[in-house]
Design a protein around this ligand. Sequence first.
Ligand SMILES: [Fe+2]
Length: 131
Amino acid sequence: MTEKLEIYRCKVCGNFVQVILNGYGELVCCGEPMELVKPNTTEEVKTEYHIPVYKYTDKDGIIIQVGKEPHPMLKEHYIMFIETISEDKKQVRIQYLEPGDEPKMLLDKKTCKETAIEYCNIHGLWEGKSD
Ligand SMILES: [Fe+2]
């Protein structure tokens, strides 16, 4: 049984899917059960560049930056997307990124507490919380 907004990965082909609405069946891809991907929530202090951080600025409004120190955005190592999920799980926003982009997402507003997740092509899924 899946849960709303869980993320699953196919170990064979790399398909990466998110559950919009949950059901009872097992997710299968390439003939094998898909693997549940849980976000990391802690990171060693000297390499703190994966956990999404909310920043509040006068100029740009709310920025979610990946890492206290911005994460690299090179072709071989970059952030593929940032997603926000409201505390009540009624609102989801996603920002896809490419190498060369800044590792951040701009929000025009935030009306409740939320979780931000991001996916690094090398180091996987990470999670941070808003205030
Ligand atoms: Fe990384």
